[in-house]
Each structure stands twice: as C-alpha cells, then as structure tokens.
Ligand binder design. Structure first.
Ligand SMILES: Nc1ncnc2c1ncn2[C@@H]1O[C@H](COP(=O)(O)OP(=O)(O)OP(=O)(O)O)[C@@H](O)[C@H]1O
Ligand SMILES: [Mg+2]
Length: 360
C-alpha cells in the first residue's frame, strides 16, 4: 500500500484491517473501563425524576461541542435560548441543525439499521440541503492551522459507494468484536472515505452515538461525546492520520475508548450536578409559589433552562394567569430571570443553565 498525503487514497483498505488483532490486552482493558463508565451513566440517568431533562439538554451540549470542532462557535446560552425557534445567528442555527440531525438519526435507527443512506440523511439535515456522495474530485483535508494538506480521500462516486457498502457491512458484521472497538474503527473509516463534500466530521460523530445506541450501550443520545474529542482535538487529527500513514490502529482505538470513558464520566458528573440543582430549586420553589408543589411545573423548569408561559399553560393545564403568577413568583424569589427576546417573554433558570454550560 503506497500512500501520499496529496493523492486520493483510492486504495483505502476495506474493514476489518487485515492481519491485525484489534483487541490486544490493552484494548480489552480500556473497553472494560469505558463500558463501566457507560453503565454508570445509564444508572445515573435514572436518578433524575424526569429523564427528559437529559434528552433535552445533553444533545444541545453535544451539538455545541461537535460544531465547535469545525469552528462553528456558539454558546450553550444562545442555543437554549433559540432551541424552540431554530433562530439565532448563523453558528447557533448550524449547531441547532446538528441537534436535529442527531434526533433524526436516533429516530431512524429505532426502526431500521444504520446504513450509508442514514449517513446521507444525517448529513443532509446538518447541511440543510440534500447531500449525496462526492461526485467532483479535488477534496483535500488540510491542517486547520498550517493549511498543509494532510489527507486526500478516495475519488469517484462509484468507488465511494463501494467503500461505504464495505463500511456498512463492517458496522453490522456478526463477529465478536467489542461494540466500542467497532465504533472506533468504523469512525476512522467513515472519515477516511469522507463521502460528502462537507459535514463528514459531524456526520461521523452523530454516527458514533447511533452505534452505541444500536449496540444497546446507550438508550438515548445522552452521551456528551464530542466534548471529549474537542478537549483533545489535536490528538483526534493526529491519530486519524496515523492510522492512514502508519497503520496505527491500536493508538486510535485507545484514544476513542478514552474519549468514551471520559465523556461518560463527565456526563455522569453533570447528572449529579443537575440533580443537586433540581433538588435545591424544587425546595426553594415550594416556599415561593403554589406552583412549586406542582410536579409538572418543576419538570418544565428543568426541561429547558428557558421557559415560556405558554409551555406552563400547556403542560400544567393551568390558566395563563396562573402560569404567569407562578413564574413571576420565582422571579421575585430570585430563582428565574425574565428576559425578552424579540417580542417574546422568556424565563431563564440561570442556575440550571450555569450547571449545563460549565465543564464537569
Ligand atoms: N487525516 C485525516 N484522515 C481522515 N479524516 C480526517 C483527517 N483529518 C481530519 N479528518 C476528519 O475530517 C473531518 C472534517 O471534515 P469535514 O469538513 O467534511 O467535516 P465537518 O463536519 O464539516 O467538520 P468538522 O469535523 O471539523 O466539524 C474532521 O472532523 C475529521 O473527522
Ligand atoms: Mg467542514
């Protein structure tokens, strides 16, 4: 196999890599640690009175981190503010599209297996337009700082489709490879195929979460995986390239397993912090307003850090006046802040927002 950075890598080998044990002892040890951390996360999720809290919040944080790898920088605050409308500045809209793509992907794999078509659907959702495999040659991956070309993906729509078909077979192969190792290997391959003109990194990172769900290691997309990647972004780029240049599969797999372990642990810590914040606010809300004894009202306050009167009306089945008085009582008590966005009145649960936005 001859490889050079500037030449399209049409000889990208199929999976699994030949003649290589993907699961030496160090890898097996790391899979045990990562799986333990995932199991702890699943248990921690059940500690929350309302599991929707995580399903609402974590994918937004994941969207923010994953988009930031592509230098689409927005804040958690902006994202939560605009989540119901999909508005906001360009970066906010793009990160919200990542979240939609993640949700669309999860919904899709609930009814059919993850395939190359799923990948195209995810990428289309991300990009806000129909995406198909690259037909035009010339795509190059450059080092974001030096601009030096580090990799040229395979070219030709037919060849790309063949490689995706092989990737797909590997994703669902009936062998005894650990699902986390499979996810790691498939992620490299997907990025090396680089099937689309743009959005391959983000599509690949959505697929990671989907593979964990398909494998039964995660039930909902509540793993904040891209934060672990962005924290070690240089390693991410360096190790992807080292698989191509030096067949350094084991280093790559170990890196991915560490990222899973770290992000599962940090998501677990975040759940602990959310729970503490939730208990504290529930207690203070009980004193401040009759609404504080309404379980649905407390749920609404923690599903999104920005809350609308209309949502309280709908969910708690109370009049607009009651909803408004409950919310304003919490403003009086310092638990919420009133903010106006355009013509809309929102109530921000700032303590909860702070817990969500900080790194654990
Ligand atoms: N040497 C490499 N070999 C294979 N894939 C690589 C290499 N370097 C980077 N990549 C992948 O390419 C992705 C960037 O491709 P692309 O711009 O299509 O995706 P994106 O989603 O728009 O960007 P980003 O991943 O930066 O958010 C990186 O995230 C990484 O996953
Ligand atoms: Mg890009």
């Amino acid at each position: 196999m001859v490889w050079s950075a500037g030449t399209p890598f049409n000889d990208l080998p199929p999976l699994p890599p030949r003649g290589l044990d993907l699961e030496p002892k160090v890898v097996l040890k790391a899979t045990v640690e990562a799986r333990t951390a995932l199991a702890t996360l699943a248990q921690a999720g059940q500690l929350l009175p309302n599991p929707n809290v995580l399903i609402h919040a974590v994918p937004i944080l994941e969207a923010q981190a994953s988009s930031e790898i592509e230098n689409i920088v927005t804040t958690a605050d902006e994202l939560f503010k605009h989540v119901d409308t999909g508005e906001g500045d360009h970066a906010t809209k793009e990160a919200l599209r990542y979240r939609s793509a993640l949700f669309a992907g999860v919904e899709s794999i609930r009814s059919r297996p993850l395939t190359a078509r799923t990948a195209a659907a995810i990428c289309s959702e991300l990009q806000g337009r129909e995406m198909d495999v690259r037909a035009v040659p010339g795509t190059r991956i450059a080092n974001p700082t030096t601009r030096e070309v580090v990799y040229a993906p395979p070219e030709g729509a037919g060849l790309i489709r063949e490689k995706l078909a092989d990737w797909e077979r590997f994703v669902h192969a009936q062998d005894d490879l650990d699902p986390l190792v499979r996810m790691s290997v498939a992620h490299y391959q997907f990025e090396a195929i680089h099937p689309f003109h743009d959005g391959n990194g983000r599509t690949g990172r959505v697929i990671n979460i989907l593979m964990l769900i398909e494998a039964g290691l995660l039930h909902d997309p509540i793993l904040y995986l891209s934060r672990g990647i962005i924290a070690r972004k240089n390693d991410y780029y360096r190790l992807l390239r080292a698989v191509t240049a030096e067949v350094a599969w084991i280093e790559w797999i170990l890196y991915m397993l560490e990222v899973v372990e770290e992000s599962a642990s940090s998501t677990t810590r975040k759940i602990g912090a959310i729970k503490a914040c939730q208990d504290d606010i529930a207690e203070r809300a009980r004193v401040a307003t009759p609404g504080g004894r309404d379980a649905q009202f407390l749920n609404v306050l923690f599903e999104q850090p920005y809350c609308r009167i209309g949502t309280v009306v709908e969910r708690c089945e109370v009049s607009r006046q009651t909803a408004s008085s409950w919310l304003h009582a919490l403003v009086e008590a310092g638990l919420l802040r009133e903010v106006k966005i355009g013509r809309e009145l929102l109530f921000v649960n700032h303590e909860f927002l702070e817990v969500l936005a900080r790194s654990e």
